[in-house]
Design a protein around this ligand. Sequence first.
Ligand code: BG6
Length: 475
Amino acid sequence: IPVDPFDLVIFGGTGDLARRKILPGLYRRYYDGQMPEEARIIGAARSEMDADGFRDFVRGALDEFVTKRHDKKMVDAFLAKLDYVAVDAKGTGGWDALAKTMRDGVVKAYYFSVGPALFGDIADRLHEHGITDDDARIVVEKPFGHNLETARALNATLAAHFDETQIYRIDHYLGKETVQNLMAVRFGNMLFEPLWNAQYVDHIQITVSETVGVGGRGEYYDKSGAMRDMVQNHLMQLLCLTAMEPPSRYDPDAVRDEKLKVIRALETTGHDDIVRGQYKSREESYLEDVDNPGSITESFIAMKVRIANWRWNGTPFYLRTGKRMKERVSEIVVRFKEPPHSIFEEDTGQSANELTIRLQPNEGMDLTVTIKEPGPGGMRLIDVPLDMTFAEALGEEAADVPDAYERLIMDVIRGNQTLFMRGDEVEAAWAWTDPIIEDWTRREDRPYPYEPGSTGPEEAMILMHRDRRRWRELR
Ligand code: BG6
């Protein structure tokens, strides 16, 4: 279904995110017929160039990042929708021209694909030049602050000119197909929700492991580390959607209210329940990648988190994420408790049910169930997977879902904030993260080294073994 006609301005339109994600994503939505003919995309950045120059830039981006659906005619038609205005965020240059370009009677959306230091300036300029209306939307990217204080300041800056209903804070993990499917599975079936609590769930694991290192983004990353770069936002969002109470409706505030309650119920994680790591071998090291030989920033983190509420009291959540690990995988594993009593004498192989929700790769779900091993050998039990890989269950085409960014941008145009973070959510997440990071700073805590291409430091395994549990293996 096509969205309403819009003018989408991308500040930082010639930047890396625009080139890799935003513009290719918009093209794919156009190709799939979701973008109305009247839609326009306006690049805005400091560089002096004309619309044709911007089109050349975008053509290059599409050639590089669009593999499926690349069609010359469609690309030309898409490029015809583009325009460009050079603007100076700190000065007055270009803003009158931008104001003239914007049309009345269409949805106006402004994507701030720039560093947070410019958010305030751009918001001020838009306001001064009267280019926004009550229905205009702004889209902002992480990092949304560096801690609670800076996040509050950013929220205040945006709130000076925009209502919360106009602000779309992107966490691209919320745009991933399986993340939404998590809600569908939990609240669209009778099967899971009655068991989704401390009485039946032993523990939950959330893993986001990456094979890439931090090369190229060293300067940003070294100031952030895995905690700020991944845990405070992406893993936190996955945790919230897994742990939250059923919202009364699938509606932006109903969903976000429930997520906020989870964050507020998080206990501060003690030092003993956290393992930090930094990849290091003779050939490749984090320290060289960030060009900071004394850095004690973590590129890996594993932690045990507790949610202090009725539903989850006694069921820990284990989170882990890292760069330069063995495998690229994002998944949530819900490990159920073992049956309270075994009636079988030869109780081999029987273990607890495990529901795995795979975000990437091979998006889908997998539930292990215990059955009798077929054959005359008596009552021997084995675990078998009930595997639902979307591509297999629904066909490759149905599983060829939009990338997170394209889905989220279309939601902005539709005015649906469900998959965007509300200001209070972001602040609550920082309020939980800050004391943990402050504690490391106080202790001058040093991360454990781990081999690139491994599953992280040994200590992360011990964190689990201590509780007589195991991480799901990275293959
Ligand atoms: C970004 C982080 O937000 O998410 C990166 O800044 C990380 O460090 C990326 O690599 C992971 O996203 P995805 O979609 O590739 O899992």
